[in-house]
Write a new protein. Structure first.
Length: 389
């Protein structure tokens, strides 16, 4: 799947012996075409109204009220790179804020510095966080009864690989601040685990959730049934993923992404890269998806999204995440990494522009985030709704 292996400062910095998160058991709160033949998300019809009490997890290309992000705080994780990863996060926040409202969570004693770095176009709120991975720590927002609820998936440091005491409380604290009803899931998972078309289809890697480090004793069938109920899914498509070689256990959001119902971009290793467990994971995903249909019975159109040449990227570490698939779809723009391989960067930008013709494609340098094993999608989390003025 990836040329170079992400691990969010990997298990080398993980704190051994961190116990599994103790779970609460129950809820506590309440087309057109783009010229290539592919359906464009920008031209997709509006979703149908929900029946009373039904839930729906929308697609990322639908309207956002705001984007949440987190200001990294852990010197124990980032060491001398902490100032540089903060520069990357501020750069992403400013880029997104050109098109939609951005809320940056920061520890109270770091809020002023975060505000200075991000500028006046970003709202910084004092809320205790540990690291930048808002995709995983912020609840998954679903529609219900004409409003939005937040499903809190009990973040536990990716299966106890790192201690994130504050990040484990982000769901409760953030939902309380914005007066959004909270549903506590009976599962442990992260937002990067889920990819949906907004029409009832969910893509997920088995390695990231059918795993004793998160959901000991739960079968895949049981987890699938719970996800369907929690997120309003009709069909779950399981990809194998890769177990134990990065801190996330291979989240789906760096492997496959929807650009419209029935249309998928698939991360592919740079040509000539020796086969490994990650490229085999991509091959396995292709095999599954080429034979699958979505919740509406449609076969998938699958487009390769090739990685850059690892010898030409501007950043490097053993943990470097060199996939373009970890892009973020905003209200009027799509945000994708710029890795320094000009040919590959241009190709990725062109592919995304074809699939999002009504949005600007904004490339952002995130070398330090990528060095830590993450991407733009990992660092952002959308709240659906009418955009905040």
């Amino acid at each position: 799947m990836f040329d170079l292996r992400p691990s969010r400062r990997s298990a080398l910095r993980a704190l051994a012996g961190f116990g599994a998160f103790a779970l609460g058991a129950a809820a506590c709160g309440t087309g057109g075409t783009d010229g290539t033949g592919a359906s464009s998300a920008a031209d997709s019809p509006a979703p149908s109204p929900l029946a009373d009490g039904a839930r729906r997890l929308g697609a990322e290309w639908e309207s956002h009220a705001r984007t949440f992000m987190s200001w990294p705080a852990l010197e124990s994780v980032w060491d001398e790179d902490l100032p540089y990863v903060r520069q990357d996060i501020a750069r992403v926040a400013r880029a997104v804020a050109e098109y939609e409202y951005v809320v940056m969570m920061a520890r109270p004693d770091q809020a002023a510095a975060a505000q200075k770095a991000c500028g006046s176009g970003v709202e910084v709120i004092p809320l205790a966080v540990d690291d930048l991975w808002a995709r995983d720590t912020v609840p998954v927002f679903v529609e219900e009864d004409g409003g939005v609820v937040g499903v809190d998936f009990n973040f536990n440091g990716w299966g106890g690989k790192q201690v994130h005491t504050n990040d484990g409380e982000v769901g409760r604290q953030l939902l309380s601040k914005y007066r959004i009803p909270r549903v506590q899931a009976p599962l442990v998972a992260e937002g990067g685990s889920f990819e949906t078309d907004g029409e009832g289809t969910l893509l997920i890697t088995e390695s990231s959730i059918v795993n004793d480090n998160r959901n000991r004793g739960r079968s895949r069938d049981r987890i699938e049934a719970e996800l369907k109920e929690l997120l309003g899914m009709e069909k779950v498509i399981w990809l194998k993923g890769v177990r134990g070689e990065d801190i996330t256990d291979a989240h789906v959001d760096s492997l496959v992404r929807f650009t419209a119902p029935g249309v998928i971009l698939l991360d592919r290793a740079f040509p000539g890269t020796p086969a490994d467990s990650w490229s085999r994971s991509s091959d396995q995903a292709m095999s599954v998806l080429s034979e699958a249909t979505d919740a509406r019975g449609r076969p998938f159109e699958i487009i390769d999204l090739p990685q850059p040449d690892p010898d030409r990227v501007s950043g490097y570490s053993d943990d470097f995440l060199s996939t373009y698939a970890n892009f973020y779809i905003g209200n009027d723009a799509v945000y994708v990494p710029k890795f320094g391989d000009r040919k590959a960067d241009s190709r990725a930008r062109g592919i995304l522009q074809e699939h999002f013709p009504k949005r600007d494609v904004v490339q952002v340098n995130i070398d330090t985030i990528a060095t830590g094993g993450g991407g733009i999608h990992c660092a952002t989390h959308d709240q659906p709704g009418k955009p905040v003025d």
